[in-house]
Design a protein around this ligand. Structure first.
Ligand code: HEM
Length: 241
């Protein structure tokens, strides 16, 4: 996003706090600080035009068909949040499962399963974005439920990813699973903007691990965050040999 290097640590920590702080006040404060940061960036960039990413979007905003300042700020915050938490949770969850299932690790290490295939199982299994919500614009039936206009519907992605009608042995972690139709990136109009980048990162991680490491072992209890939205491991004491 072309943000100054000096701001990276601060903005990364603020994003984690905005989603995962146990204190509601700190979550709200962190969100406000992030919005103010991006609002200042948009205004500053109007003057200097120095940030290419912001300039690209503000140019579209100015064309009459694009985004308002408020929408720009929300989108910046969304891209930041989407990119910051999620991918690292899949990497950590994959590492944990590979430590728990040395047989699965060997399948990757010995070349039986390509890292890009194992990436999909890591995504199905880890579910860093736990749910998405939509508001019904018209009456609709979902399964056995009638949904009235204006009612909200939440889909729990972890549940969908273990749907026995879609996945064989859904509770089995199988790095070689094929036809892996998980919905970890959501679906439809708001499907994850960063899914290609995330897949690239996770596959690169597995390739690096395969090249550098013979075994993955835990040496302490995994510790998860307390969020029901962006959920994942905060701590994973492990030995990579
Ligand atoms: C394992 C990694 C990731 C997972 C599991 C994930 C998950 C998701 C999910 C479930 C949604 C849909 C939200 C909805 O339908 O309401 C979404 C949207 C989005 N993601 Fe990701 N994401 C990941 C990585 C990333 C990365 C790396 C970026 C950015 C660099 C990113 C940026 C976004 C953005 C901007 C949206 C909103 C798209 C829209 O509303 O049109 N995500 N993501």
């Amino acid at each position: 996003m072309g943000l100054p290097r000096a701001d990276w640590a601060w903005i990364g920590e603020k994003t984690t706090e905005a989603f995962e702080s146990p204190s509601e006040v700190r979550r709200i404060t962190a969100n406000s600080e992030i919005f103010k940061y991006f609002y200042d960036l948009v205004r500053e960039n109007r003057r200097t035009g120095a940030n290419e990413f912001v300039s690209g979007l503000t140019a579209r905003a100015g064309s009459g068909s694009g985004l308002t300042d408020e929408e720009l700020v929300f989108n910046f915050a969304g891209i930041l949040a989407g990119g910051n938490e999620t991918t690292r949770y899949t990497l950590a969850a994959l590492t944990l499962e590979l430590a728990r299932h040395p047989d699965q690790w060997r399948r990757i290490a010995e070349g039986e399963v390509d890292p890009s295939v194992a990436t999909e199982e890591g995504l199905r299994w880890s579910v860093p974005g736990m749910h998405v919500m939509r508001t019904a614009t018209e009456a609709v039936r979902v399964g056995d439920a009638e949904v009235a206009p204006g009612e909200r519907v939440v889909t729990w992605i972890g549940s969908a990813n273990r749907d026995p009608e879609v996945f064989d042995a859904p509770d089995v972690f199988d790095v070689g699973r094929t036809g892996n139709r998980h919905v970890s990136f959501g679906a439809g109009r708001h499907v994850c903007l960063g899914s290609r980048l995330a897949r690239l990162e996770i596959t690169a991680y597995l390739r690096a691990l395969r090249g550098m490491v013979t075994s993955v072992e835990l040496n302490g209890p995994p510790r998860y965050n307390g969020s029901n939205f962006t959920w994942g491991l905060n701590e994973l004491p492990a030995v990579l040999s």
